[in-house]
Write a protein that binds this ligand. Sequence first.
Ligand code: MSP
Length: 511
Amino acid sequence: MSNTFYITTPIYYVNGAPHIGHAYTSVAADVLARFKRLDGFDVFFLTGTDEHGQKVEKAAAEAGLDPQEFTDRVSADFRAMGATMGISNDDFIRTTEERHKSGCAALWARLEASGYLYRGEYEGWYAVRDEAFYGEDELTLDAHGIRRAPSGAPVELVREPSWFFRLSAMQERMLAFYAENPDFIAPAARRNELLRFCRSGLADLSISRASFRWGIPVPGDPDHVMYVWLDALANYITAMGFPDETHPRWRFWPADLHIVGKEIARFHALYWPAFLLAAGIAPPRRVFSHGWWTVEGEKMSKSVGNVIDPRALVAEFGLDPVRYFLLREVPFGNDGDFSRRSLISRLNSELANDLGNLCQRTLTQIARQCDGRLPHVGPATEADSALLAAAGALVPLVREKLDRQAFHEALEEIWRLVRAANAYIDHAAPWALARTDRTRMGAVLRVLADVLRVLATVLQPFLPGTMALMLDQLGVPAEERTLAALANPLPAGTVLPSPAGLFPRFVGAAG
Ligand code: MSP
């Protein structure tokens, strides 16, 4: 079994500023990358920007800029968004980089050599907003007589020479691939959708455009640029050194997990493995497609003016509460609604009250009653053993949930332990024991400190900043913060720094 774990976000279109939807995909992938690192895996986490195609070319023209200058700017903005969100990516790829362009040309050459490409003419519908081709039968006419794709994007008629990929020839192979890899695409609803689409018959895919220039030239046919989706998907291998299979990064391929939004599931779970299989390259192991956020019940859009800038949220609420909210509020895979009220309520009740107070109550007692030193492990009562057993069972539970990308379930398991620890401290009342039974008081505080250590350790991927502080306060050395290190008890007598609050309550207005 290889110990590598390669995870990616989609590469973001640079036609506009980053918003909460992009931050969501990135934070989800980041939590998994961080968890795998804590769990001892050799992790590679990739993100980046998708910079070619008509949509970006158009946005550059509207901004009055040369496309390269425009993409330089917007790409830098996405990089900055990642830094604000605490994204721990190992690389950031841009499709305008030389390494990507040459890798893409190599992929094209392999597809051509394997007989999967041919030149023809495309006539059909194209939505620039989605950078996608649509069949006549998929379109609807709106009240103004405008033809729209299922996504709502307006389409235009395209008639031009084009290179095609023989997707039709891949149909049986793809169905066999899905049957052999039942976990390849999740959640189940997406898988069923994809199977239906695939069974209904696959048409060949147009993979070049000849009516604009902002793309990677087709090798040997410079009047054409590669279809932006072929170009973009290839980022997952070009960043790993493709076509140089002796590149040190190539050991990470095939990717373990592509995290993507639901609207781009088909590109990742059908076109991408089909291209790879046709080119003789191993397909990725899994694609998870998450849902979409609305804002206070409405679709997020520039025209409504309700686009949420993740950086403004972080400035107001702090990074960790925002990360927590994004993954706790909505089961991953479902659509969800963003509202300030629910963010504030989760911040105050789950982070400040449940977790923050538990930590504060325990550490204040240790500071006051134990001279700030970690107490000895005492003889365990039934209540102690039950709580410690629950803490001991937490890591495998969370691992299992995160291996299925069920973030909300992982957090629910963690909070089950937080609530159990709160019930335990209320019942054991170490503040009262301080007057009646100091030995027992020490034992109780030690149980709590050990449980808090488990909580802070598994929560690091979700709440990296605050959990680092919590582990400092619990006296856990930096090299003892992995999941495996939980097996090593902290020495009694460890001097703990004075406790400080972790999550300030939010007291401003909700609306
Ligand atoms: N460039 C393509 C991806 C190419 S990957 C080879 C693309 N870019 S994107 O910038 O439009 O979107 C990237 C991600 O942001 C997707 O995963 C998408 O689902 C996510 N989101 C954009 N708006 C969103 C919401 N309102 N809610 C949740 N996520 C959404 O597609």
